[in-house]
Design a protein around this ligand. Structure first.
Ligand SMILES: Cc1cc2nc3c(=O)[nH]c(=O)nc-3n(C[C@H](O)[C@H](O)[C@H](O)COP(=O)(O)OP(=O)(O)OC[C@H]3O[C@@H](n4cnc5c(N)ncnc54)[C@H](O)[C@@H]3O)c2cc1C
Ligand code: FES
Length: 359
């Protein structure tokens, strides 16, 4: 039944009949228990992790089918009548309920909602899980899991999976935080590494000049913990500067293929967008607009459409859309596409010539 509903929602007729809203939004209103591709969830409980981070245990509806440790969801929350979507790693699962752990950012809309004004019972939407920051099918001899700040969320998920399966190899967690009080999950990580002799936690306090391990990432930290790059599967998630430094080190050592990255933030600053007012046709919706200086995602939203999106930074691929014709520019790299059919991330692309999208 749900499959039939999903197919009907995707039909062009459904789009025309419900324009300018999405068919899903009507179904949500008429039959909230089955409506929408999104997974409805309520905040079941809230747990303070540090002064700046909370964990939200979410109670999802029947559409939640579980996740692979290390994956993330796009979480949408409505605040003052506006929907805001951001990606968050599923840091764990409690009695079948996914948990997201959110660290606050200055001026951050969703992270501050989670840290300051969330209530138990609040409604949110989450996407199906996505992402490939997951353990390899064949476990190597050693794992080196590097995290900075909130980047510990997928690292904890991987560590917990290794514990759950009684992984016998060596696991080193190298965790960068300004100071000890900022370390999310510190009690849990400490307990896990104390009860599993093959697992070790190395806390690096970047701003504590008295700490045994301090400062930003250096090769000296790897030496100090006895890391073996050649035999370890390495993972890194955290601030852009940490990821960059680690990536450069692994590249220099000729073992970049053993490193898996997860970025929470786009690497490069957007390049200037051209102000050309070329037409953009959203063929499925029967809408044509222009996008001067705006991404295709902004143009679609400006035209009253509601495409799915997540990070809005070209990371999560939630907004991926089929381009049927036209050239687009990637605003992060400046690269211009061909004019044929291809999938593009509409949150980081602007039109260069008239563009037709399957949206
Ligand atoms: C795949 C993925 C998984 C993620 N998992 C987690 C997670 O488990 N826990 C978590 O706390 N966050 C996670 N994030 C980051 C999260 O999606 C948001 O970017 C972050 O919470 C800020 O959102 P906001 O609405 O508060 O800030 P916004 O209102 O979007 O931005 C406000 C300000 O914060 C800055 N900012 C935005 N994002 C970041 C960032 N990531 N780092 C530093 N500054 C930023 C902006 O430049 C801006 O100045 C993840 C991101 C991705 C792409
Ligand atoms: S919304 Fe994440 S890639 Fe576009």
């Amino acid at each position: 039944m749900l499959n039939l509903i999903d197919t009907a929602l995707k039909s062009p007729l459904a789009r025309i009949l419900t324009w300018p809203h999405s068919p899903e939004s009507y179904l949500e209103f008429l039959a909230p228990e089955v409506g929408g591709k999104a997974i409805k969830a309520t905040v079941k409980s809230v747990r303070q992790e540090t002064n700046r981070a909370v964990s939200l245990v979410l109670q999802p509806n029947h559409r939640w089918k579980g996740h692979v440790p290390g994956q993330y969801v796009s979480l949408t929350v409505s605040l003052n009548g506006r929907r805001h979507t951001r990606c968050f790693t599923v840091s764990g699962e409690e009695q079948g309920c996914p948990v997201v752990t959110i660290q606050s950012h200055d001026g951050g809309v969703v992270s501050n909602w989670a840290n300051e004004s969330v209530w138990v019972g609040d409604s949110v939407e989450i996407s199906a899980p996505a992402g490939d920051f997951i353990l390899p099918a064949k476990r190597p001899e050693r794992f080196l899991l590097i995290a900075g700040g909130s980047g510990i969320t997928p690292v904890r998920a991987l560590l917990d999976q290794l514990v759950a399966e009684d992984y016998a190899g060596q696991v080193d967690v190298l965790y960068y935080v300004p100071s000890r009080k900022d370390a999310i999950f510190l009690a849990h990580l400490t307990a896990v590494t104390q009860t599993n002799r093959n697992m070790r936690l190395h806390l690096v306090e970047t701003r504590n000049s008295h700490a045994a391990l301090r400062g930003h990432f250096t090769a000296g930290h790897l030496e100090a913990i006895g890391a073996e790059l050649g035999t370890s599967a390495a993972y890194v998630c955290g601030p852009a500067a940490l990821i960059e430094a680690v990536e450069q080190h692994w590249l220099g050592a000729g073992v970049a293929d053993r490193l898996t990255l997860e970025r929470f933030q786009a690497v490069k600053a957007p390049v200037a967008t051209s102000a050309d007012a070329v037409p953009v046709e959203f063929r499925d919706s029967g809408v044509t607009t222009t996008a001067p200086g705006r991404t295709l995602l902004d143009a679609a939203e400006g035209a009253g459409l509601t495409p799915t999106s997540g990070c809005r930074q070209g990371i999560c691929r939630t907004c991926t859309c089929r381009k049927l014709a036209g050239k687009v520019r990637d605003i992060r790299t400046g690269e211009i596409s061909g004019d044929g059919e291809e999938d593009i991330a509409i949150c980081v692309t602007v039109p260069v010539t008239p563009v037709t999208l399957d949206l």
